[in-house]
Design a protein around this ligand. Structure first.
Ligand code: UDX
Ligand code: UDX
Length: 458
């Protein structure tokens, strides 16, 4: 079966770059990315320097394929109708209410999309789960498709989780470690797996394309993220012990990582991991384990998130302690809001918790990030305080204590303390004045006059 038309529902951090790369590498396939958000689609169709997502190399890929075989649209029904293969890349955040609130994945958008596909489809479709989902979601999706679909239309469901990391998405998509395709063992399921494998085989070596059953594929994504995050929480937990004992976390990390059985990656101590995936996916895994009665396993993985929260709190407390417990009226510069460098994404960024805690204690905050917009920063803090049950009046007062700065120099002006949260390259060589306290969450300070320096794990 040869695929000529594909569409992707969800033009976000995953759907946008993934489809742009498929379109670039497969010029004979028409790729349409659709989204309910008109502004987002307009931005994808707008000037290349203002795409809705900042990702190194993305604008070059979009420039090469857009208008040729890559299209962005809000006509979701039209795109479903014309495509033989439909990717679903809508967001699946953590549930905020109902059963499993705070842990389970909210599949509302995902299920609504499945319903829409079922209602619109007049011909057979291969439906590909791109979003990260709890294991056995495909079963639910199949039920929805069969219940709402036409009798003579057949749906085949594949799981094809995305492993790209933001900030390196294009390189990750060009040179994936592996592409995972989970499908049904039936002949039609295997035909669907083959059809999707053919697309990736245009640029990924065949030995890196791994076919599994659907459940292994769904669970592999959650498990991969949990293992990566576990390494960060392990090293972060040791950073606290280093601070007590005089061991140095960077030396420790290097020494551990030189053992080839462990390896050097994902062993960098930090203010705590952020991003849309790690916390959400681990909580999802914890919920799944509990659901299946595996309480010990659930508790094991839950610790990874708990240590991450501890690390963020510990960093904020370090700043407060350096002022003898009183940051009231102190001017604190927060450098970096994105959850890592080279992205404009701030979901679950450690900067949010740390800034919120300092503001709650009366500090004035100057925030600078080269890519994240002021609106996003305000929304992040607003949502954080709402989730922490602060009243609207309190939140209004807190917001008055935030200044979003458009340059690094403005943020540093009159700062009593500087907290470096994101490892943006432009923060590597800052010359701090003599009397500022520097809290380096990423161990990147190279040049610092005579300021007091507080490093994680040192
Ligand atoms: C993705 C995955 O989908 C998620 O499961 C994974 O764990 C992280 O990455 P991401 O691309 O980062 O999410 O999310 P986001 O940037 O929020 O994009 C989702 C898009 O889907 C948004 O543009 C939103 O407007 C769109 N959407 C959402 C729809 O088009 N329809 C809906 O019903 C809901
Ligand atoms: C992650 C997975 O890496 C990716 O495979 C999956 O598809 C989505 O989730 P992402 O969240 O985009 O990707 O970025 P990643 O590079 O994994 O970084 C996540 C967080 O961990 C960042 O806040 C980063 O700063 C932090 N981190 C990473 C550390 O604190 N220490 C490290 O050694 C590595």
């Amino acid at each position: 079966m040869q695929i000529r038309n594909i569409c992707c529902i969800g033009a976000g951090y995953v759907g946008g770059p993934t489809m742009a790369v498929i379109a670039l590498k497969c010029p004979d396939i028409k790729v349409t990315v659709v989204d309910i958000n008109q502004d987002r689609i307009d931005a994808w169709n707008g000037p290349l320097h203002q795409l809705p997502i900042y990702e190194p190399g993305l604008k070059e890929v979009v420039a090469a394929a857009r208008g040729r075989n890559l299209f962005f649209s809000t006509d979701i029904n039209g795109a479903i109708d014309c495509s033989e293969m439909i990717f679903m890349a809508v967001n699946t955040p953590t549930k905020t209410e109902g059963e499993g609130a705070g842990m389970a994945a909210d599949l509302r958008y995902f299920e609504a999309c499945a319903k829409q596909i079922a209602k619109v489809a007049k011909t057979d479709k291969i439906v590909v789960e791109k979003s990260t989902l709890p294991v056995r979601t495909a079963e639910k999706i199949k039920e929805i498709l069969e219940k709402h679909g036409k009798d003579d239309v057949h749906f085949e469901i594949l799981s094809n989780p995305e492993f790209l990391a933001e900030g390196t998405a294009i390189q990750d998509l060009f040179k994936s470690d592996r592409v995972l395709i989970g499908g049904d063992p039936s002949p039609s399921g295997q035909m669907a797996v083959k059809a999707l494998a053919e697309i990736y085989a245009q640029w990924i070596p065949r030995e890196k394309i791994l076919a599994t059953n659907v459940w292994s594929s769904e669970l592999a994504k959650l498990a991969s993220n949990a293992m990566l995050a576990q390494r960060i929480s392990s090293i972060n937990s040791l950073s606290a012990l280093c601070e007590k004992t005089g061991a140095d976390i960077d030396e420790l990390s290097k020494a551990i990582g030189m053992d080839h059985r462990i390896g050097p990656h994902f062993l960098k101590a930090s203010v705590g991991f952020g991003g849309s995936c790690f916390q959400k996916d681990i909580l999802n895994l914890v919920y799944l384990c509990k659901y299946y009665g595996l309480d010990e396993v659930a508790e094991y993985w839950h610790q990874v998130v708990k240590i991450n929260d501890y690390q963020k709190d510990r960093f904020a407390q370090k700043i407060i302690d350096a002022f003898e417990g009183n940051v009231q009226g102190k001017n604190i510069a927060i450098l970096g809001w994105a959850f890592k460098k080279d992205t404009n994404d701030s979901r679950e960024s450690a900067a949010i918790n740390i800034s919120a805690r300092l503001i709650e204690k009366g500090a004035l905050i100057q925030i600078y990030d080269p890519m994240v917009t002021g609106d996003s920063i305000n929304n992040d803090l607003n949502n954080f305080w709402k989730m922490s049950n602060f009243s609207n009046n309190m939140i209004k007062e807190f917001i008055l204590m935030i200044n979003i700065q458009s340059s690094l120099l403005n943020a540093l002006d009159n700062a009593d303390a500087v907290a470096i949260i994101t490892e943006w390259d432009e923060f590597k060589e800052i010359d701090f004045s003599n009397d500022v306290k520097v809290f380096d969450g990423r161990n990147i300070v190279k040049s610092f006059g005579n300021s007091d320096i507080y490093n994680i794990g040192k």
